[in-house]
Design a protein around this ligand. Structure first.
Ligand SMILES: [Zn+2]
Length: 187
């Protein structure tokens, strides 16, 4: 396992659990979300406390990235945008792999049966819908509000508008579930 150190909390973590940051040729901070860009990188946990810490104390990045100065004021917004892009891909992957359950009746039945690992909500889902789904879900099933509205969520999984989709714990949903966890951690 390749361990890296978070520039904010100094804890070591697997690189898959951290986000890589680099500086582009113009000296701007860039979220290297897939950790593939060349050059010196710094790593940070994709969670609120660590991102806020780095934004407030960019000196840590200056040191880690060996630059004269850096503007980290848009880090949280940039990271959210990167997660949102990856989430859209993750939804498509999971849908193609049969790891999503859509439609209120089917989702309700799967929740009651304990088949659903987590639930993705459209950002315009009715409160009543969410309340009903939470009642049907087993304890500990996370609910995450996505950046997509019902139309966009439905379109991503190849269906009519959807207020919510259930995620099955399968290989096809691993990428999606990582993004959902990051969204919750940044919330
Ligand atoms: Zn950290």
């Amino acid at each position: 396992m390749a361990e890296r150190t978070c520039v904010a909390c100094r804890d070591e973590a697997d690189r898959d659990d951290l986000i890589r940051l680099v500086v582009d040729p113009e000296g701007r901070l860039v979220v290297d979300y897939r950790a593939r860009l060349p050059g010196r990188g710094a790593w940070v946990h994709p969670r609120k406390a660590c991102v806020v810490e780095v934004s407030a104390h960019p000196g840590r990045l200056v040191k880690a990235l060996q630059v004269d100065a850096i503007d980290a004021s848009t880090l949280e917004a940039d990271l959210l945008a990167a997660i949102h892009r990856a989430l859209a891909d993750g939804l498509s992957q999971a849908a193609a792999g049969g790891a999503l359950i859509g439609g209120n009746d089917a989702l309700g039945r799967a929740l009651v049966a304990g088949q659903i690992a987590e639930v993705v909500l459209a950002n315009d889902a009715a409160e009543r819908t969410e309340r009903e789904l939470r009642r049907e879900a087993r304890e500990g099933v996370p609910f995450t509000v996505s950046p997509l509205d019902r139309d966009a969520l439905g379109a991503r999984v190849g269906r009519a508008p959807l207020a919510a989709v259930g995620v099955l714990a399968e290989g096809a949903s691993v990428h999606l579930r990582r993004q959902l966890r990051r969204l919750r951690d940044l919330g």
